[in-house]
Design a protein around this ligand. Sequence first.
Ligand SMILES: [Zn+2]
Ligand SMILES: [Zn+2]
Length: 114
Amino acid sequence: MVRERKCILCEIVYSSKKEMDEHMRSMLHHRELENLQGRDCSHECRVCRVTVVGLSTYAKHISSQLHKDNVDAQEKEEQEEAEEEYFDKELIQLIKKRKEQSRQERHTPPKAEN
Ligand SMILES: [Zn+2]
Ligand SMILES: [Zn+2]
């Protein structure tokens, strides 16, 4: 049985842990994270277990050799499909809040500022 993994932030579903993990460290995901949390928010690299500040710093990090080595090592290491916590509670709340807001915006058309 294939368990689906969903990025609740980007609303993309993956059928394998490998794809999900790849997504979680992709620029696509981290750009979305920045949209949600604002500029210069922190970006966690789950593979290297480091947190960097700002999207450009993160982009630099994932193109570094150290990061690539860690990714390679992790992919070799992983055999079992362990369930992982991809989002902490705080982030889940933020995502929910944003969904609420966009739902409300759809119901009430934005008023003109002046
Ligand atoms: Zn995502
Ligand atoms: Zn890394």
